[in-house]
Design a protein around this ligand. Structure first.
Ligand SMILES: Cc1cc2nc3c(=O)[nH]c(=O)nc-3n(C[C@H](O)[C@H](O)[C@H](O)COP(=O)(O)O)c2cc1C
Length: 198
């Protein structure tokens, strides 16, 4: 994928990338995406995020095993089409970098429970948009949460933190083009809820 400079193009070309080339990602680029992530908004500016950057093949293998297990539980033999469980996925052992986005849970931050996800997913999106601007591919994955305990054990995540997403990062094997989404007007209402848009 080509790097992107125009912001409008960036949004239109962010895609879920699950197949990665056998090419490393420089640490400087990882730092760029993490810098973008940590500029995100969070409830009361608590910045409750921590990021575990996984390059160790052994750790990637264990995370991948737990993730595949969760996918099997969800999709069974159905394969999930071209999406999450589709055949074009690069196994996590061969993804250059896995970024595990962790967030402090409400008991620790004192924030209302509804803010937990709301205070980490903007950071994930910043990270993924910065990656896309650099020509890198990512996909937000949450399926590991079906194996939450195992994931926390593998990574040694302490009580008081949750793993919101695991984001594979690497160089895509193909150009993905624009995302397919209906126009914003089809999901936008003015002043009041419009039953025609349900
Ligand atoms: C909350 C959330 C959870 C997701 N979980 C997974 C996941 O576990 N595995 C995966 O491969 N993709 C996952 N995705 C990626 C979506 O499948 C993807 O963003 C969507 O299909 C749109 O793909 P596109 O941008 O290429 O059109 C997740 C996305 C979101 C927003």
């Amino acid at each position: 994928m080509q790097p992107i400079e125009r912001v409008d193009d960036l949004f239109a070309h962010q895609r879920a990338v699950r197949a990665f080339a056998d090419r490393d990602v420089d640490e400087a680029l990882v730092e760029r995406v993490l810098a973008a992530a940590t500029r995100a908004p969070s409830g009361s500016n608590t910045q409750p995020w921590r990021f575990v950057v996984v390059r160790d093949p052994g750790v990637k293998a264990q995370l991948g095993e737990a993730y595949e297990d969760a996918l099997r539980e969800t999709y069974g033999g159905r394969g999930g089409g071209a999406g999450a469980a589709g055949p074009e996925r690069t196994p996590w052992t061969r993804v250059p970098v896995l970024i595990v986005a962790c967030v402090q849970v409400p008991a620790r931050t004192g924030q209302a429970g509804f803010q937990t996800g709301a205070s980490i997913y903007p950071a994930c999106q910043n990270l993924m948009l910065q990656a896309r601007a650099l020509g890198l591919g990512t996909v937000l994955t949450t399926m590991h949460r079906r194996r939450r305990e195992r994931i926390h054990e593998i990574l040694g995540i302490p009580a008081g933190y949750d793993t919101a997403a695991i984001i594979p990062l690497g160089w895509p094997t193909q150009p993905y083009g624009r995302s397919r989404r209906p126009p914003a007007a089809s999901v936008t209402m003015r002043d009041r809820w419009d039953p025609a848009r349900e």
